[in-house]
Design a protein around this ligand. Structure first.
Ligand SMILES: NC(=O)c1ccc[n+]([C@@H]2O[C@H](COP(=O)([O-])OP(=O)(O)OC[C@H]3O[C@@H](n4cnc5c(N)ncnc54)[C@H](O)[C@@H]3O)[C@@H](O)[C@H]2O)c1
Length: 257
């Protein structure tokens, strides 16, 4: 794609920070928004993946900045937000993809693991939101896109800490909608269904899992990272100005909210 095509997109002049943006659904969203003209900040813990993803974006003529930061570390997270604002002059949107999802039978789940998962998935979202809200209020514009999971709609013992953290993210999103609404800021949460992301495709028995899930969907095909990127691209855009505080399941219609 020519860079002249890229800057003509609906995200021209917009800066979007994506936590967990170096891999999976975060990177798919980065590519999608970048191709529509966004300048991107990729915040992640995976240093090699940051380098790889930033290089892939730049090869396509996309402005991309990498930040090595742990979302659960307040100083690192706030530092990355400040550095991104300094680099691009704005933070129009933050997309909170960073998460961990250890599967442990409920009876064996340690309090340490519970706390670690909630620190990354929920505290990370809180820290990011508190860092960007003043910037977005000053701009009179902002889009906060949080990510939960359709597992929240199901309940599944081995993902107890993950599901609880994602429930917290949904609650936080509603608070952010109230905090931001009068300042041109929206906050919405995407609940992906089972998606064929790299980390999922590497799991043992993933084909069996898809064979079980796909027939339960209204749209009987595998979910792809691009399906989530499409929802992000709408919710993070200026066009999505009258939708806020919502939880949107993107899973081919296997569940209804
Ligand atoms: N893939 C799916 O089917 C699916 C389904 C439901 C929900 N989700 C949600 O979508 C999001 C993306 O999932 P994915 O499948 O792309 O996962 P992924 O593991 O491929 O990507 C997550 C990224 O977050 C980064 N990360 C992890 N801990 C971090 C931390 N402390 N600080 C900064 N970065 C950190 C990882 O390095 C990785 O790059 C997650 O929030 C996940 O819960 C995914």
């Amino acid at each position: 794609m020519e860079s002249s095509e890229i800057v003509a997109g609906r995200y021209a002049g917009r800066s979007v920070l994506i936590t967990g943006g170096a891999n999976g659904l975060g990177f798919a969203s980065a590519e999608r928004l970048g191709r529509e003209g966004a300048a991107l900040g990729i915040m992640d813990l995976d240093e090699a993946a940051i380098e790889r993803s930033v290089a892939r974006l730049r090869e396509q003529g996309i402005e991309a900045h990498g930040y090595l930061a742990d979302v659960s570390d307040e100083a690192q997270h706030r530092g990355a937000v400040a550095d991104f604002q300094a680099a691009t002059g704005r933070v129009d949107a933050i997309v909170m993809m960073a998460a961990i999802f250890p599967e442990v039978p409920f009876d064996e789940l340690s309090l340490d693991t519970w706390r670690q998962v909630n620190a990354v998935n929920l505290d990370g979202a809180f820290i990011g939101a508190q860092a960007v809200l003043p910037i977005m209020r000053e701009q009179g514009f902002g889009r906060i896109v949080t990510i939960a999971s359709e597992t929240f709609l199901i309940g599944f013992g081995p993902l107890a800490s993950y599901i609880a953290s994602k429930a917290g993210v949904i609650g936080l999103t509603r608070v952010l909608a109230r905090e931001g609404g009068a300042h041109g800021i929206t906050a919405n949460c995407i609940l992906p269904g089972l998606i064929g992301s790299e980390q999922n495709l590497a799991r043992p028995n993933i084909d069996d899992t898809f064979d079980m899930i796909v027939p339960t969907q209204c749209i009987p095909r595998r979910g792809e990272p691009g399906d989530i990127a499409e929802a992000v691209a709408y919710l993070a855009s200026p066009a999505a100005s009258f939708i806020t505080g919502q939880s949107i399941a993107v899973g081919g219609g296997d569940r209804f909210l």
